[in-house]
Design a binder for this molecule. Structure first.
Ligand code: MUC
Ligand code: MG
Length: 381
């Protein structure tokens, strides 16, 4: 038997450790349902019996508000249910690990995806290959980027966007809406549209903040400002209202919070509640599930967008490994988290250049957590 096959067959999971990290951000980041000055992560270390450690990260924004999981809940469910279900099992059996985790806990997609990422990292390092090789192989080495503007202050946002363009990091922008009154929001977008180069891609994310009536009122004004894409304007699950809005909207609608599971992907695309879908590991629970959701959407003719939840370079690298394998990814990725942190969590941050983020090619997810920064930012029990 080949050494690689031996390694895969025999390598088992010894320990799964989860720690909460609180990483300060460079500025306040506001959404319709929360506002943060630091980003919370669950940092997962999976120790394999061949001596390799795999690292993964789950994130959420400002407690259990963006979705039902908080980082505290992720850690509690990893410690109490998910880790015990995996100890002693083969590290290479990624699908089996998902089955075991699904038996141990319902949903908990952020917690599961952090462990799945750590397993992919450990397995990639064991076999000396980047994680994307275990997911079908990369069809792209870099991704067009999107930066999120979310201070709510129009002057600051114009300055920030211009600085991102000047650095060559980001030249497409997503504006977070829904925390201010619509007149203020329109003034922010108008300021950006006038200050930025002609035809700069502008996306707005309402994070479920508007009713159908508000969409009817405000989407024409967004169209007049040449907004290219509107993300999750309506509460997830309000399917008929979302369907009507998507049918009459003058620009494409992007589904985000409304699609986590494969069933939701099937139902929302069948109901045509959007023409674009944002993919995130914390919503889909594993890299393989993200690929399945992407397949359902692509089969329905829906365009794909590589979403984020302000991951550090650890979680962002994990996302790039799977995004790299998608046959189509029309909108590139918004993995901007590493650039909004005061300190990134790795020794080798992802590279942003020429308005692209580049796929790392080191084994596993391709980045190395910095133990000193992790220890400094880890929440003390
Ligand atoms: C979301 O809803 O898309 C990603 C960027 C951002 O500002 O918020 C997140 C989550
Ligand atoms: Mg969103």
């Amino acid at each position: 038997m080949s050494p690689a096959r031996d390694l895969c067959r025999e390598t088992t999971i010894c320990t799964v450790r989860a720690r909460i990290i609180e990483a300060p951000t460079t500025r306040q980041h506001k959404l319709s349902n929360t506002s943060i000055r630091y980003q919370g992560y669950v940092f997962v270390e999976v120790q394999l019996d061949n001596g390799v450690t795999g690292y993964g990260e789950g994130s959420t924004l400002g407690g259990p508000r963006w979705a039902e999981e908080s980082v505290e809940a992720m850690k509690a469910n990893i410690d109490g249910y998910l880790a015990p279900a995996l100890i002693g099992h083969a590290a290479s059996q990624l699908e089996q690990a998902s089955v075991l985790m699904d038996r141990a806990a319902k949903r908990n997609f952020g917690a599961k995806s952090a462990i799945d990422m750590a397993l992919l990292d450990g397995l990639g390092k064991t076999l000396n290959v980047p994680a994307h090789v275990l997911l079908g192989g990369a069809v792209r080495q870099s991704f067009d980027t999107v930066w999120a503007l979310a201070s709510g202050d129009a002057v600051q946002e114009v300055d920030e966007a211009q600085a991102m363009i000047a650095r060559g990091w980001f030249n497409r922008f997503k504006i977070k809406l829904g925390f201010a009154d619509p007149a203020t929001d329109m003034a922010r977008i108008r300021a950006l549209r006038h200050a930025l180069p002609a035809h700069t891609v502008l996306i707005v994310d309402v994070n479920q903040g508007w009713s159908e009536a508000e969409c009817i009122r405000h989407l024409p004004a967004l169209a007049a400002l040449e907004v290219d894409l509107v993300e999750q304007p309506i509460v997830a699950g309000h399917r008929e209202a979302s369907q009507r809005v998507a049918a009459r909207a003058p620009m494409p609608i992007m589904m985000d919070e409304s699609v986590s599971t494969l069933a939701e992907a099937r139902q929302e695309t069948a109901a045509a509640t959007g023409q674009v879908l944002s993919l995130k590991l914390c919503k889909h629970g594993s890299a393989h599930n993200l690929k399945r959701v992407a397949g359902i959407a692509a089969a329905a003719g829906v365009e794909l967008y590589g979403g984020c939840l302000l991951e550090s370079s650890i979680g962002a690298a994990g996302h790039l490994q799977v995004f790299a394998t998608l046959p189509r990814l029309e909108w590139g990725t918004e993995q901007f988290g590493p650039k909004i942190l005061v300190e990134d969590l790795v020794t080798d941050s992802l590279v942003y250049r020429d308005f692209k983020v580049h796929l790392p090619d080191a084994p596993g997810i391709g980045v190395t957590p910095d133990p000193d920064i992790i220890d400094k930012l880890a929440k003390k029990d």
